[in-house]
Design a protein around this ligand. Structure first.
Ligand SMILES: [Zn+2]
Length: 686
């Protein structure tokens, strides 16, 4: 199993590091963070305590494919206590050995001495132009170094170079009377010593020699057995599918001051990295382990004499999501393709979709309400999130918004499946009964809301045909016969205006009705509003996730469970999960009364939608099972209608449910392309 191999790898990495560091610790996963240490000297030995920072758990998809893991990098640092205990010649030799190793390995580029204030090389230096500028960093650092090492503020270049040559015996001669260091080595040592002073290398301040040192180089340097040299391990999040699932996975970052009180109470260290958004935030309690403390006793040469774990760290747990990364990729690619398709077919006309630029889709298992994919377009890449944050935050297309959870859209005709269910269950109509559509609805005198096909009519139409043709008049009449209260008992049970229960939170949407109308608009609800609500308009608003939950409730037989992303949680290296999602009375949010006969009738209507609509039928032509669906084309204040599509497959015994919304996507049928791409992946991958 992939995850087991990853576990092993992770353990091996840590084991290698600590064998190299001569720290023997048979425990769980951790890394040592040098910051925040507390050194004490007693005679020849030094003891220090370091934080053993627990490594954050990893995130996997439902099949054990890693989505977010950790990358370990090694920094090379000098530790003052052990380094300064050596004589200056040994110090110099140590520095030159490290520089030579860095140069040979090519890692030298990661060692920067940016602000050396002199041009030239030993013995010919001159003050650089930049360091002569009193506003520059090199100037400031030079003044500080002069003060720190006890040189006069008006010292010239020769004074400074003379100080380093003398203090560190750079012109020392060997027993043969020849100089120990050549000019090039003296130049390197002056530059390095200056940088160590400028960065105030001292008891409380390690000298960060080089960052992200390669493992072979680290091994090599450890074999040189140099005093005062230490390696620290840094851990960064690595995204295995860069640019995908970004909205779901979310970000990590430092604790903000306003969060500190909460995290402090949870026992976090102030410099801890915590989940900020998405699953990283929602599942923080599992992913974050608890830090430990390690005591290290060293001799004057920096050799570790003894270590003692004062507080053992506990690694974060691994989180397995319900997401299927294959479907997730298909969903995101499908949305991008779908948006481009709409724009291509708009002829540049806004009312035909020229401004379509955003959308979302949700893929769900209707038996368990497990979310198999959540995609929101446009999106971003977590790998470059921090770098690009400012641009992303002000982007008019709002790539940071997870439209699948937080975007609210009028459900439009996708609502009619629920209305048909309510009307059939309440016996306001029978499957075979026909309603006459005259192209507009004539019950309210001068107020004549139109059919979708106006000025054409549907004449006498039954419920299956009305679903297939999306006849507004049929559903106006169903709304009228049900009344808003009875209709909303059903629509609320389908999850409209209700929480989906998903761990990431999300919009509740709006269930149109008298209460909302009165509260928000101060208006009395009318029967005219009821008939508009029955075609998914009036005040109705739903997120793509709510639409997926609604359809899952319907095709699953009426039980609405909490949508969820968490599948299971494993402790590091464990075979048995700490947690596995199971359906229970607690996860059952509501129930819609639904008979098999009514469900069969609605399934028939959904199948006809796919077969009757040429665009949908064409998009679904590669799917090996019959798909049932419903289009929606909903008014939108932005200039072009939003396109919606919900579907289930196979139509009469669904195992997968999909919702799609394209902002300004022109026609509901257009948005079936995204669903088709997801189903192609689902059926080919099976
Ligand atoms: Zn009609």
């Amino acid at each position: 199993m992939t995850s087991k191999r990853t576990h092993l790898w992770r353990f091996m990495t840590v084991a290698v590091v600590f064998c190299l560091a001569c720290v023997i610790y048979l425990g769980r996963l951790f890394y040592i963070q040098i910051s925040g240490r507390d050194d004490r000297y007693s005679g020849e030995t030094t003891t220090r305590t370091v934080t053993i920072q627990a490594v954050r758990g990893e995130i996997y998809d439902r099949n054990g494919t890693a989505l977010v893991s950790n990358c370990y990098t090694y920094d090379l640092a000098l530790v003052y206590g052990a380094f300064s205990a050596m004589d200056v010649r040994t110090e110099n030799d140590t520095l030159l050995s490290i520089l030579e190793a860095l140069r040979q390995s090519g890692d030298i580029s990661k060692h920067e001495q940016k602000y050396f204030p002199f041009d030239g090389a030993y013995p010919y230096y001159s003050l650089s132009e930049e360091a002569a500028d009193a506003d520059s960093i090199p100037y400031f650092r030079l003044r500080r170094v002069l003060g720190d090492v006890g040189l006069k503020a008006d010292s010239d270049v020769d004074d400074v170079i003379g100080y380093y040559v003398e203090t560190y015996a750079l012109l020392a001669t060997g027993s043969d009377g020849k100089r120990v260091y050549d000019d090039d080595q003296i130049d390197q040592l002056i530059r390095l010593r200056y940088d160590m002073d400028a960065r105030r290398f001292g008891v409380a301040n390690d000298y960060a020699f080089a960052g992200e040192v390669s493992l072979p180089l680290m091994t090599y340097i450890k074999e040189l057995n140099l005093g005062g040299v230490a390696f620290t391990v840094n851990v960064e999040r690595v995204y295995k599918f860069p640019g995908y699932a970004s909205h779901i996975l979310g970000t990590v970052g430092p604790i903000y001051s306003e969060e500190w009180k909460y995290y402090n109470e949870q026992g976090y260290q102030m410099n801890a990295i915590v989940g900020k958004t998405g699953c990283e935030y929602a599942f923080e309690e599992y992913l974050h382990g608890s830090d430990g403390k390690l005591l290290i006793e060293e001799d004057a040469q920096g050799n570790i004499l003894r270590t003692e774990v004062l507080i053992p760290p506990i690694a974060g747990n691994d989180v397995y999501l319900t997401i299927d990364i294959g479907l997730q990729v298909a969903a995101e690619d499908g949305l991008a393709e779908n948006v481009a398709y709409v724009v291509d077919h708009s002829g540049g006309v806004i009312s035909y979709g020229a401004n379509c630029h955003a959308g979302a889709t949700v893929v769900m298992d209707p038996d368990t309400f497990s979310v198999l994919a959540i995609a929101s377009y446009p999106t971003y890449d977590l790998t470059t999130y921090n770098l690009n944050y400012n641009d992303l935050a002000i982007d008019a297309a709002k790539p940071l918004l997870n439209r699948a959870l937080g975007g609210l859209y009028e459900p439009g005709s996708t609502y009619k499946l629920g209305v048909a269910t309510a009307a059939l269950m309440e016996e306001k109509i029978e499957a075979a009964s026909r309603i006459t559509c005259a192209g507009a609805y004539d019950r309210f005198g001068t107020y004549r809301p139109k059919c979708s096909t106006y000025p054409h009519d549907h004449s006498a139409i039954n419920v299956v045909e009305a679903i297939a043709d999306s006849c507004n008049v049929f559903f106006y009449e169903m709304g009228y016969r049900l009344g808003i209260d009875r209709l909303n008992e059903y629509m609320r049970a389908f999850g409209f205006g209700e929480s989906t229960g998903i761990e990431l939170g999300g919009a509740m949407g709006i269930l149109a009705g008298p209460d909302y109308r009165q509260q928000i608009h101060g208006e009395i609800w009318t029967e005219g509003m009821t008939v508009q609500a029955a075609i998914g308009q009036a005040d109705n608003q739903a997120s793509p996730l709510q639409l997926a939950c609604y359809l899952s409730t319907l095709v699953g037989g009426g039980n609405r469970y909490a949508a969820h992303l968490l599948d299971s949680v494993y402790a590091f290296g464990a075979d048995e999960p700490l947690y596995t999602y199971t359906q229970s009375p607690d996860t059952l949010l509501s129930q819609v009364p639904l008979s098999n006969e009514v469900l069969a009738t609605v399934f028939e209507g959904m199948r006809e939608v796919v077969e009757n609509n040429a665009v949908v039928r064409n998009n679904m032509s590669n799917i090996p099972v019959k798909v049932g669906g419903k289009t929606g084309t909903a008014q939108n204040s932005s200039g072009c209608d939003n396109a919606l599509f919900v579907c289930a497959a196979p139509y009469d015994d669904p195992e997968i449910v999909i919702s799609v919304v394209l902002e300004q996507g022109y026609a509901g049928s257009y948005s079936s392309l995204t669903a088709a791409r997801i189903l192609e992946k689902y059926y080919n991958a099976k």
